[in-house]
Design a protein around this ligand. Structure first.
Ligand code: 2OX
Length: 446
């Protein structure tokens, strides 16, 4: 029985417009976390902060005022927007999500609504405009990350407990709306907003305000893509409203984790945002703990696309604006693989086929083309495929060698072994299946 909701989800099922279709087909994206936190890089007075580097302000090992004074040190002399964009393009990313303002409240654009921006740093200049223009020129779509929680703004509250809280937070809400309208007006090329810092009670209680603000932003920018993390419904339900309908245009719940099966994604669009270390979004001097390899990251990309989502890999540029060598190396290794195999990633979707041990299926949207992205080569050299009843295999070949048909054996009705020699080097490779409707073979009347 459905609950009557004023501020729940306003759309059920996937968006079908071209802007969302393009987003859906992107497959691989780049996340950029950059701001004042990149200057200390997870360390203060020689002591290492154990949390995520972009959260260092929350550490009692650093006086808040000392952190806030980092604005006077922001002078990224090695910042090169075109270099960042070419790293993303060469990696094979189709879009980028960039922090305009993280939880610390420092704005990478010269906002009129606060003095805590690049305009009042030694750098003085807008960072967002060169970034948006560089990525746009490189052919990547831009999504703007925006943290609602803002530790620098005097009106921010974690909860609204008193009349004074309420008055302060009203000012904060106006400030937030002003900044969002300002961003959409200054950077009209942005295709969407990626919201964060929306879990505290103060914001969760603003169902009406946030609903109206979302409507205002969508009216200002038709086609704007906004995820499920922006707002709660009037009962405080987040990501899914009180009728269990997804809020926003895609699910934003997959942060540093991936769904395991198609059942986990409930027929929605979604993105997975992922760090290269275990949990560092902003630059951390210490490159420690488990650092994901390019094979791991390629597998996460394939898994995400095989379950109908996008994989967005995070980069944390240094305080001087340069990107660390380790991240450049991973981007180029992923890019080398994508240059050969991206046909199995771009504009691909969940195949509907039963997952097999050798890796992941993807399917080209609106085509009878299925890809097997192989991570685990079976000793038998046989790759199991189960097809739905009315579907047969017309042709099967390595993506890298379309002229050599692979041997296909039907081992049961609609269950096949495809025989392929694993490629020489230990890198994932792709087998292509051209499928066709099964002719009516008069049926096997047993
Ligand atoms: C996309 C990522 N989201 C931010 C985040 C949020 N949280 C968090 C941690 C504890 C409770 C609630 C939220 N941890 N990291 C990270 O700082 C980064 O921006």
């Amino acid at each position: 029985e459905r609950i009557k909701l004023k501020h729940g989800s306003h759309r059920e099922g996937k968006r079908t417009d071209s802007v969302m279709q393009k987003w859906r087909g992107n497959g691989l994206g780049q996340f950029i976390h950059w701001g004042l936190y990149a200057i200390p890089g997870g360390e203060w007075n020689g002591k290492q902060y154990n949390g995520a580097a972009e959260w260092i302000r929350s550490w009692n090992g650093i006086p808040k005022s000392a952190y806030d004074s980092l604005i006077y040190k922001f002078n990224p002399i090695n910042f090169n927007a075109d270099e960042w964009a070419s790293i993303a393009k060469n990696m094979g990313a189709k879009y980028v999500t960039i922090t305009t303002k993280h939880h610390d409240g420092f704005c990478l654009w010269p906002s009129k609504y606060t003095s805590y921006t690049v305009a009042n740093s030694p750098w003085k200049k807008d960072i967002m405009k060169p970034l948006v223009d560089a990525y746009d020129k490189a052919g990547l779509d831009v999504i703007l990350y925006f943290s609602i929680m803002d530790w620098n703004h005097p009106g921010w509250r974690y909860d609204i407990k008193t009349k004074a809280d309420s008055i302060a937070f009203e000012g904060f809400k106006k400030f937030t709306r002003n900044q969002l309208i300002e961003l959409l007006t200054m950077y009209p090329k942005a295709k969407g907003l990626w919201f964060d810092g929306t879990w505290d009670k103060s914001w969760v209680k603003q169902a009406k305000f946030a609903d109206e603000l979302e409507a205002e932003m969508r009216k200002l920018r038709p086609g704007l893509i906004i995820g499920s993390r922006f707002r709660a419904d009037e009962y405080g339900k987040r990501h899914f409203d009180s009728n269990n309908v997804l809020m926003g245009d895609y699910e934003q719940g997959w942060e540093r984790k991936l769904p395991n099966s198609i059942a986990d994604v409930h027929g929605n669009d979604w993105d997975c945002v992922m760090t290269i270390p275990e949990n560092q979004w902003g630059y951390n001097k210490a490159w420690k703990g488990h650092i994901k390899s390019s094979n791991e990251l390629i597998e996460m990309t394939a898994k995400a696309v095989s379950l109908g989502g996008n994989f967005v890999l995070n980069f944390g540029p240094k305080g001087d604006g340069s990107i660390r060598d380790e991240e450049k190396k991973l981007a180029s290794e992923i890019g080398d693989w994508m240059k050969v195999n991206s046909e199995a990633i771009y504009n691909c979707e969940y195949s509907g086929l039963e997952k097999q041990d050798w890796g992941y299926f993807t399917k080209k949207r609106e085509k009878d083309k299925v890809y097997l992205i192989i991570f685990n080569t079976p000793v038998s050299g046989a790759y199991r495929v189960k097809l739905p009843a009315k579907t047969a295999i017309a042709k099967s070949y390595l993506l890298t060698n379309p002229n050599m048909d692979l041997r296909v054996e039907e081992v049961h009705s609609n269950e096949y072994f495809i025989y392929a020699k694993p490629t020489t080097e230990a890198k994932p490779f792709v087998i292509v299946l051209d499928t066709k409707k099964k002719e009516n073979n008069g049926g096997n009347n047993y």
